[in-house]
Design a protein around this ligand. Structure first.
Ligand code: OOG
Ligand code: MG
Length: 261
């Protein structure tokens, strides 16, 4: 357990590494007492700072929810993080890489919530009832750690490498699809870079929300109505650089494109 002053110091380091993007060593190198709960305490401090700056929380992200992602990043449990309104880019937009260190893209299914979810163990049925629609998303990650290498506590403190995200495609009612078997194809510059099925995310992407709501509950919070939720990359994350065009096709849910400059 780290004391409040140390958690404040870590939050300042992370906030600075994100605001004027630069790498830092894995936080557990300098702060070996940092654990997963401490990582979330750092996130709380980031949220408090950003809210004080007038930035708005619009939802939450689950990460490291598929085997491909866990293997790529060398961890065995999901992570959760916060999504601010200013992380959003428009479908079809050109995203500058200048403000990022080593961006990577991943295809995810987003949920838009119409009702609040709360408590230690909501069911998948309750989650589907509380969902307005599901929609394709591309998340653009940018770890602030050298060589994109970290452990779970460090990446949680870095808000799950969150940088930008794009929603697009065709919003669908969650019960009109079989969310265990949606095919996802991620292309970079016209070539397939990764393939997955939505079931790669914990068997059903709503399972990521089930875990998220119980995590929120453990921290005295709920998932508010109106939240955007990213359920985690079904494929591994693919590096991008200026000039790249990325296209994600989602079976029965349409497609999203973005370019990087
Ligand atoms: C951590 C963030 C993971 C996902 O969808 O798995 C994430 C990382 O891999 O940098 O957003
Ligand atoms: Mg992600």
């Amino acid at each position: 357990m780290l004391d409040a002053a140390t958690l404040d110091t870590i939050a300042t380091q992370v906030a600075e590494a994100q605001a004027a993007p630069h790498t830092m060593p894995k936080l557990t190198d300098d702060f070996p007492g940092l654990d997963v709960e401490g990582g979330y305490d750092v996130q709380d401090r980031l949220l408090a700072r950003w809210s004080a700056d007038g930035r708005e929380l619009i939802g939450y992200k689950a990460g490291l929810t598929s085997k491909a992602k866990m293997e790529q990043m060398g961890v065995t449990e999901p992570s959760f993080g916060i999504l601010m309104r200013d992380f959003v880019d428009c479908e079809g937009s050109v995203i500058p890489t200048g403000g990022m260190i080593h961006p990577r893209v991943e295809a995810e299914i987003a949920f838009l919530m119409k009702d609040e979810l709360a408590g230690p163990d909501v069911t998948i049925e309750e989650i589907l009832d509380a969902t307005e629609f599901v929609q394709p998303a591309i998340e653009i990650l940018d770890s602030r750690f050298e060589k994109f290498k970290f452990d779970l506590a460090s990446v949680i403190a870095d808000n799950g490498s969150a940088a930008r995200f794009v929603l697009g495609g065709r919003p669908r009612r969650p019960r009109d699809l079989d969310l265990r078997t949606i095919g996802l194809v991620l292309e970079r510059n016209g070539e397939i870079a990764a393939l997955a099925s939505s079931g790669a995310v914990l068997g059903h992407p709503a399972e990521a929300i089930r875990m998220m709501v119980s995590w929120l509950h453990s921290r005295g919070r709920t998932l508010p109505a109106g939240s955007v939720v990213l359920t985690g990359g079904a494929t591994e994350a693919i590096p991008v650089e200026a000039g790249d065009a990325v296209f994600a096709r989602f079976q029965d849910m349409g497609e999203i494109s973005v370019r990087f400059a």
